[in-house]
Design a protein around this ligand. Sequence first.
Ligand code: CA
Length: 224
Amino acid sequence: MSKRILIVEDEAGLRLTLADRLHAEGYDVETACDGETGHQRATEAEFDLLLLDVMLPRMSGFEVCRRLRQKGSITPVLMLSARGADDYVTKPFEFAELLARIEALMRRSAMQAAAAASSSASSVAQVFRFGTVEVHFERTEVLRDGQPVALSAREFHLLRYLIEHRGRTIPRDQLLTEVWGYVAGIPTRTLDVHLVWLRQKLEANPKAPRHFVTVRGLGYKFVE
Ligand code: CA
C-alpha cells in the first residue's frame, strides 16, 4: 500500500510539481488549493502525512494544523514556509531535503504508533515522581507538594515526552516535531517559552533549574 500524502498549496505550479514528484516517488497524492478545503479533506480521509503551505487562502496552514490537533489528529504535518517552498520547485536538492523530511516524519509517526499501542496494552496507573512533584499520566494530573498544578495540554505533553526520554539530551527539532507535530517554518521560541512555564510551575528555583536542563546549542534534558 502506498503512503498517502495530502498537499495543501495555493500556488498551482508548486502544487503540481510537488504532486508529480511525490507521485513519482511512489506516494499516493491528493491536493487541495486552499486551507478550508485542505482541512475538510484531512478530516474526511486518512492520510499518512500532510504537506501544508503556511500562507493559504481561506484558512492559514497554522490554523489548519491547530484545528486538526484540537480534534485529536496525530497525522504528521510538514509545513512549507513561503521562503522554503519557492525553492523546492527550482532546486532538485531542496526536493531531496523535503523528501528526507517526509520519510523521517513518517518513520517517527510509525514508531510512535507502535509505542502507543504497546504502552496502552500494558496500561497501568502510572505515577512519576521527582522532587515534590507527582505526575499522574493516566489522570493527566500533576501535583506539587500535594496540590494540583494547572498545566495546558501542550505543557503536559511536553512534560510527558521529557520524562519518557529522561537523562537524554533531546534536540530542539525533535521536541518541536514530537510535541508540536510539525517542523520547518515554526518560530522555535515557542519551545523555550513552554520550558520556562514548566520550570515556573514545577521547579523549586526556576532560575536555577534542577530538572528541566538546557543543553546549550542542542536542546533540553530532563533530569530526575
Ligand atoms: Ca501560499
